[in-house]
Design a protein around this ligand. Structure first.
Ligand SMILES: N[C@@H](CCC(=O)N[C@@H](CS)C(=O)NCC(=O)O)C(=O)O
Length: 209
């Protein structure tokens, strides 16, 4: 059974959603990042950047165990392993790569900065950080809204790119974005959150042992 070392955050939930949607059996292991579990040496052995998520698949390529860190790499690995949510055809795969990288490089780091600056006590630092990163976060919502105006999903069909982006859109109240301002993202978000696999993924119990 695949072990997912995780926590109920945007990057953690991506994993739980993918595993549920693929109907893969897995064991969720809590890494409480608020208590510093990510710095434990046993976790460092599978996640050298000290961040969740990471997985251990005892039945990796060639039947040998493998660990994978970085949520985008894990989504690609699971897509390859199962043949689900990652098209075989290269032309169909390109938009999956594009929107997955869009999330990993931008729509994750930028709202993540909003989540950081929103909690600062110093008003000057807070104001600068929020004006910069909220504007960029909203710009990225605009990019997604334009894409979804003409597409049901980010790529041609439901894919790992949707699961990656969903983890962060789920946090829109925290980065203070009203989805009503981005109606196509709102339509997509509602459809995604109505999926039973997605709902199971977001409900995965993760408590520290
Ligand atoms: N690029 C990484 C980012 C992972 C990440 O930032 N994880 C956060 C939680 S969402 C974390 O572990 N934070 C703990 C820390 O920074 O100490 C990925 O997508 O896997």
């Amino acid at each position: 059974m695949i072990e997912v070392h995780s926590w109920p955050t945007p990057n953690g939930h991506k994993m739980h959603v993918m595993l549920e949607e693929c109907a893969l059996p897995y064991k969720a292991i809590a890494v409480d990042i608020g208590s510093g579990d990510q710095f434990r040496s046993d976790f460092l052995a599978i996640s050298p950047n000290n961040k969740i998520p990471a997985i251990v698949d005892p039945d990796g390529p060639g039947g040998r165990p493998i660990s994978v860190f970085e949520s985008g790499a894990i989504l690609l690995y699971l897509g390859e392993k199962t043949g689900q949510f990652l098209p075989r055809d290269l032309a169909a795969r390109v938009p999956v790569y594009e929107w997955l990288m869009f999330q990993m490089g931008g729509f994750g780091p930028m709202p993540g900065q909003v989540h950081h600056f929103i909690g600062l006590k110093d008003e000057t630092e807070r104001r600068y950080g929020l004006s910069r990163f909220m504007a960029e976060t909203r710009r990225l919502y605009g990019v997604m809204d334009r894409r979804l105006a003409a597409h049901e999903f980010f790529a041609d069909d439901l894919s790992i790119a949707d699961f990656a982006i969903l983890g962060w859109v789920w946090r829109h109240p925290r980065h203070q974005v009203d989805l009503a301002d981005f109606p196509h993202v709102q339509r997509w978000y509602r459809a995604m959150m109505a999926r039973p696999g997605v709902q199971r993924g977001f409900a995965v119990p993760l408590r520290r042992a």
